[in-house]
Design a protein around this ligand. Structure first.
Ligand code: SF4
Ligand code: FES
Length: 254
C-alpha cells in the first residue's frame, strides 16, 4: 500500500518568524481520515505537531482546519476523497495561530456569547419555579431546527470574507445562532440582542458571499440565517412598542 504525503503547516509564534511546511510520509490504510494521518505523524514521527481534536466523529467541532485549501473537519475528511498527490493541512483562516494547526477561538466564542444563545423570557417567577414545560410545536421547531445542528467548529467564520476585513463583525456562526433564538417562539429577547445585531458592524455588514453555507459540515445554512435575521430585525423594529424592554414573539415572520 502506498504512503500518504502529508504536508503540515508548522508555526510557533513564540519561536518562528514565519510559517513553514513540513512533509511526513504516512502509511495509507482503508478509511483513513486526515485526522488519522495527522495523529500517525504526531505519534510516530514528530511529537511536536500541535492539533486539536476530541470526538473523532464530527460532533465536537474541535478539528476544524484548512485541508487542501478548503475549511473542513479533519475527522470527517477521508484521505481518499481528496484530489492531488498530497494532503496539505493548515490552520483555519481568520483566526490567530496558537501553534501549528491550533487557532485561538476566544473571540469566536465571545461573539457567540454576545448573541445571548439561550432563551430570554420575562416570566422570571415561572423560570425560578417552573409549573410546566416550554413546549414547541413541530412547525415552530422546523423554523430553527437546522441552526441547532451547529457544532461551533468555526469553519464558516474562517471562510467568511467579511470576517477577514472587519474584526468587529460577529461572523456567520454567531449571527446564525442569533437567528436560531430570535425565531424561537418561546424567546422574548430580541430587543436585547438588537444592540449587537443592528449596528454598523452587525447583521447589515454581510454581503452574502455564501461561503459559510458552502463549507458547513453539518448542513447549517448560516447565509440563510443572516438573511432571515435581517427580516426579523426590520419587522421587530416596525412592531416593537416604544421603550419596550422585551421584543414579543408577535414580531416573528411567517
Ligand atoms: S454553522 Fe456550520 S460551519 Fe459554522 S460553526 Fe456551526 S457547524 Fe461549524
Ligand atoms: S474531532 Fe470532533 S469534530 Fe472532529
Amino acid at each position: 500500500m502506498t504512503d500518504v504525503k502529508l504536508v503540515v503547516q508548522r508555526f510557533n509564534p513564540l519561536e518562528d518568524k514565519k510559517p513553514r511546511l513540513a512533509e511526513y510520509s504516512v502509511p495509507k490504510r482503508e478509511g483513513m481520515t486526515v485526522l488519522d494521518a495527522l495523529l500517525y505523524a504526531r505519534d510516530y514521527v514528530d511529537h511536536s505537531i500541535a492539533l486539536r481534536f476530541s470526538c473523532r466523529q464530527a460532533s465536537c467541532g474541535s478539528c476544524g482546519m484548512k485541508i487542501n485549501g478548503r475549511p473542513r473537519l479533519a475527522c470527517y475528511t477521508q484521505v481518499k476523497e481528496l484530489q492531488g498527490e498530497r494532503v496539505l493541512a493548515q490552520p483555519m483562516d481568520n483566526f490567530a495561530i496558537v501553534k501549528d494547526l491550533v487557532v485561538d477561538l476566544d473571540s469566536f466564542f465571545a461573539k457567540h456569547r454576545e448573541m445571548m444563545p439561550y432563551l430570554v423570557r420575562s416570566d422570571s417567577k415561572e423560570l425560578d419555579n417552573p409549573t410546566g414545560e416550554f413546549v414547541m410545536k413541530p412547525d415552530e421547531l422546523e423554523k430553527v431546527l437546522q441552526f441547532t445542528y451547529c457544532i461551533k467548529c468555526g469553519l464558516c467564520t474562517s471562510s467568511c470574507p467579511t470576517v477577514a476585513t472587519d474584526e468587529k463583525f460577529p461572523g456567520p456562526q454567531a449571527l446564525a445562532q442569533a437567528y436560531r433564538y430570535l425565531a424561537d417562539e418561546r424567546d422574548e429577547g430580541g430587543e436585547l440582542r438588537l444592540k449587537a445585531l443592528d449596528t454598523l458592524h452587525g447583521v447589515w455588514r454581510c454581503h452574502f458571499a455564501g461561503s459559510c453555507s458552502h463549507v458547513c459540515p453539518k448542513g447549517v445554512d448560516p447565509a440563510l440565517g443572516i438573511q432571515l435575521l435581517r427580516r426579523h430585525v426590520l419587522l421587530g423594529k416596525a412592531t416593537r412598542k416604544e421603550g419596550a424592554k422585551i421584543w414579543t414573539p408577535s414580531a416573528t415572520p411567517e
